[in-house]
Write a protein that binds this ligand. Structure first.
Ligand SMILES: Nc1ncnc2c1ncn2[C@@H]1O[C@H](COP(=O)(O)OP(=O)(O)OP(=O)(O)O)[C@@H](O)[C@H]1O
Ligand SMILES: [Mg+2]
Length: 273
């Protein structure tokens, strides 16, 4: 179905993704883990063609999608819808219009500008929202919803494209544990009930173990682990995260998470000065 062959991305001297090879031969729910800077986002962005690869191939049902241009590329991008940590909704626009924007590629710019969508698509959008348990919020502005609700709107927008693959880049990193669970369960159901493949970058081991059939570990741009959740032992996790002997199973996610969050906050602070 999906085959990634020696996919590489270089940013100058830095190799963000280093000859990553991955085979998905049936609809799966895959979690990608690894510390900050391991190349997780870059890998997803290359699959979706938001970022061009430096080398390697991405084959979907035998066709190399790294070569697609124009309309074919947009069709592929709809086939592998992307979900982001920050939801990327239009905050002041109502929920249902945000969802309808998932069909953007199919309509004229003018129709989209005036939010004119066919009635059957409006119904479909509301059905999808209903399935995700948030239909009652359809007329509200996106910004009026909680984080977990907004992420479900983003999932609804992705589903509007009827994608074969859903790529989720840290979909629960900004959510509290309750909302995180609701969003992960929604992704799991979409995988199980619709047979769609979900590939999610996750920043905690326990989430990957709990919701995924397969876990991929990245370190320094390379795929260093690819196996079943139960094969992800503390020793393996330590190798993936490059932690020293003080690394403990319970501490894994939270410790690394806190470190990364602090690092990110510092970098963001630096960038704004
Ligand atoms: N647009 C870019 N320009 C230059 N370097 C980049 C760019 N995007 C990513 N990188 C670099 O590529 C490497 C991998 O980054 P990436 O964002 O894929 O990591 P990640 O695993 O998603 O990390 P995080 O957990 O922090 O999200 C890092 O060294 C990063 O600095
Ligand atoms: Mg990332």
């Amino acid at each position: 179905m999906l085959r990634i062959e020696k996919l590489t991305k270089r940013f100058g001297e830095n190799v963000a993704v280093d000859a990553a090879t991955l085979d998905v031969d049936k609809p799966s729910m895959i979690g990608i883990i690894g510390r900050s800077g391991a190349g997780k986002s870059t890998l997803l962005r290359m699959i979706n063609r938001l970022t061009d690869s430096s080398e390697g191939r991405i084959l979907f049902e035998g066709r190399d999608v790294t070569q697609l241009k124009g309309r074919d590329k947009r069709v592929w991008q709809a086939d592998c819808a992307m979900i982001f940590q920050q939801f990327n909704l239009v905050p002041r626009l109502d929920v249902v219009s945000n969802v309808l924007h998932g069909t953007l590629n199919r309509h004229s710019t003018l129709a989209t500008m005036f939010n004119m969508f066919p009635m059957d698509e409006i119904h479909r959008a509301i059905d999808i929202l209903d399935r995700l348990g948030i239909a009652e919020h359809a007329p509200k502005r996106a910004e009026a919803l909680s984080g977990g609700q907004q992420q479900r709107v983003a999932i609804a927008r992705a589903l509007m494209q009827d994608p074969r693959i859903i790529l989720a880049d840290e979909p629960i990193a900004s959510l509290d544990p309750m909302n995180a669970q609701v969003v992960m369960q929604a992704l799991r159901r979409i995988h199980e009930e619709d047979g769609r493949t979900v590939i999610a970058n996750l920043h905690t081991l326990d989430t990957a173990r709990r919701y995924c059939d397969r876990v991929v570990g990245m370190r320094d741009g390379r795929i260093v682990f690819d196996g079943l959740p139960e094969q992800l032992t503390t020793g393996v996790a330590r190798e993936i995260y490059g932690a020293d002997a003080s690394f403990s199973e319970e501490a894994t996610s939270t410790e690394i998470e806190t470190l990364d969050a602090t690092q990110k906050a510092l970098m963001e602070a630096e960038a704004t000065i």
